[in-house]
Write a protein that binds this ligand. Structure first.
Ligand SMILES: NC(=O)c1ccc[n+]([C@@H]2O[C@H](COP(=O)([O-])OP(=O)(O)OC[C@H]3O[C@@H](n4cnc5c(N)ncnc54)[C@H](OP(=O)(O)O)[C@@H]3O)[C@@H](O)[C@H]2O)c1
Length: 329
């Protein structure tokens, strides 16, 4: 089968290769998928690049990418044979395994392989996995947001855009921050009630106007915990929750202990790869509802042939893409 892989860590154009690899076989409890599209996540390029000094290879050869979509072509157990021919999206293909979604075929445990309705394209299905599951957990792990105000920072990001949608679907009023017009369009299309430019707008003042309160934000879905902590501390409501999934710019933020304590606030750290099985299943079920109900939308920035995977990684790393970068196989 055609596949992309790396055997050492480093820059995309130096370490990613495309060629032939043996086609995987579905083991017991697994399904074999003919992959049509694979979404690239920041964690895919970070793992390949050796981010945070993690230069050691987890396996001698890695086919990258956690997420993707395609068709089930074989089953490793008789009770799974009814799924052959199903259109599917899949998640965490490369978690603890050497061979992920950047290939024509991948074999995965059946619970990581979810039905994809005919109304959803393979590229859209490939966008779901890590971002949509992370978003679901951030929005809902600490209870209902019905009638609450949710602030989604980076609302046009892959996770942020799904977070807006889960929050809206759950009955919240949603504020999103973005940094340019294309992102504002995407966040509005996702359903945000108020979209603010994090560079140009007076965020705290605009958020106060919107909520009508000095501190009106009940939940923050936070892509840049450390960088945005000052803002959060200005708008977070008593008993508010900061659900954070990244802090790239400020790796070791200083916590304002007493102000957080005085709010009876909670900080929820979310790492999709460590979420328990129940949280994954809840997220997958909610995503399934969104797909079947037609209320979950997706933003695809670029469809790149698998042969050009290095350029696809570079595009995602550049931060220029608004929406998901997917490889097509
Ligand atoms: N913990 C987990 O389970 C988990 C899961 C998925 C992703 N992640 C991590 O989360 C981050 C985002 O992932 P993604 O797939 O959503 O990436 P993405 O699609 O590239 O989106 C990132 C978004 O964050 C915005 N952003 C950056 N700095 C910001 C700031 N200070 N304030 C507000 N927005 C800011 C970016 O917009 P600008 O143009 O404004 O910079 C961009 O829209 C990455 O670090 C990734 O590794 C973690």
């Amino acid at each position: 089968m055609k596949a992309a892989w790396y055997q050492r860590k480093g820059p995309a154009n130096e370490v990613l290769e495309v060629g032939e690899q043996p086609q995987p076989v579905a083991g017991p409890g697994e399904l074999l998928i003919r992959v049509r599209a694979s979404g690239i996540n920041p964690s895919d390029w970070k793992a390949r690049a050796g981010w945070l000094g993690r230069s050691e290879m987890p396996f001698p050869l890695v086919i990258p990418h956690q997420d993707g979509a395609g068709e089930v072509v074989a089953a490793g157990s008789p009770e799974l044979e009814s799924r052959i021919g199903e259109r599917v999206w899949f998640y965490e293909a490369a978690l603890g395994r050497p061979f992920g979604g950047a290939a024509e075929y991948v074999a995965l445990p059946a619970r990581q392989v979810q039905p994809l309705p005919a109304s959803v394209t393979f590229e859209e299905g490939a966008a779901l996995g890590v971002p949509a599951m992370t978003a679901h957990r951030c929005v809902l792990a600490d209870g209902s947001v019905a009638g609450k105000v949710v602030l989604v920072t980076g609302g046009a990001g892959a996770v942020g855009r799904y977070a807006i949608q889960f929050a809206k679907q759950s009955g919240a009023r949603v504020i999103a921050t973005v940094s340019r017009e294309e992102q504002a369009r995407s966040a509005k299309a996702a359903g945000a009630d108020l979209v603010l430019n994090r560079h140009n707008d007076d965020l705290a003042a605009r958020i106060r106007d919107f909520t009508g309160k000095e501190r009106g934000v009940d939940r923050v879905v936070e892509v840049a915990f450390g960088a945005n902590l000052d803002l959060t501390m200005q708008v977070l409501a008593p008993r508010g929750v900061i659900a954070t999934y990244s802090s790239d710019a400020v790796a070791e933020p200083v916590l304002p202990y007493w102000p957080l304590l005085q709010l009876d606030a909670a900080i929820r750290f979310v790492l999709v790869y460590v979420m328990d099985a129940a949280a994954h299943d809840e997220a997958a079920a909610a995503i399934g509802e969104g797909l079947r109900g037609g209320w979950l939308s997706h933003e695809i920035a670029a469809r790149v042939p698998l042969d050009e995977i290095a350029q696809a990684h570079e595009l995602l790393e550049s931060g220029r893409a608004v929406g998901k970068v997917v490889t097509i196989s």
